[in-house]
Write a protein that binds this ligand. Structure first.
Ligand SMILES: [Zn+2]
Length: 176
């Protein structure tokens, strides 16, 4: 199966029983409590599951780590990838206590995870002060129609593009 330019390995995926899915989601919720009560960050948790086993888990760590990218999903994906010694998490599912933000959604695509399970809805996140939908609305606009200004430095375009071309020409390149 080709997913966004990458040939995913064909792995047999078995849909878990509902009781297992609930168990994994409850683990994500438990991690969310752990992170929140420990002062790590917002009430968000995630687990990555492969072949019925949790291979990575995490909670939001933004405040504790002073890392705006340390969302639960990114933390869980990093842990799972380290544990499996593989950046490609094909054959894995991710359980998140709420719908992921655009950064985490993209991280899920990059990790090639097979399926997302979520519980809370975007409006639930907004109701507690996390307006992820604002970023989704921004990203739906053209690059130059967003609140964040962006500018192409055309004078160094050729130098930048040469590096891209060097990647394509790299003999031992591993596509991902
Ligand atoms: Zn996120």
């Amino acid at each position: 199966m080709t997913v966004i330019g990458y040939e995913k390995p064909e792995l047999q995926r078995v849909e878990p029983a509902l009781a297992d899915k609930e168990r994994f989601m409850r683990k994500a919720i438990e991690l969310a409590y752990t992170g929140m009560n420990g002062g790590f960050g917002g009430p968000f948790g995630a687990v990555v599951v492969k072949a019925g086993e949790i291979v990575g888990g995490g909670h939001n760590r933004v405040l504790h780590d002073n890392d705006p990218t340390a969302h639960a999903e990114v933390t869980a994906i990093r842990e799972a990838s380290r544990a499996l010694a593989n950046w490609d998490l094909s054959g894995s599912d991710i359980y998140v206590n709420g719908v992921p933000c655009p950064m985490c959604m993209a991280a899920i695509y990059w990790s090639r995870i097979d399926k997302l399970y979520y519980a809370c809805l975007p409006e639930d996140a907004e109701a507690i002060g996390f307006d992820d939908e604002a970023f989704y609305r921004q990203l739906a606009k053209p690059l130059h129609g967003r609140e964040l200004p962006a500018e192409q430095l055309t004078t160094v375009y050729d130098e930048a593009r040469a590096c891209y071309q060097a990647w394509l020409a790299k003999a031992d390149r591993t596509p991902y």
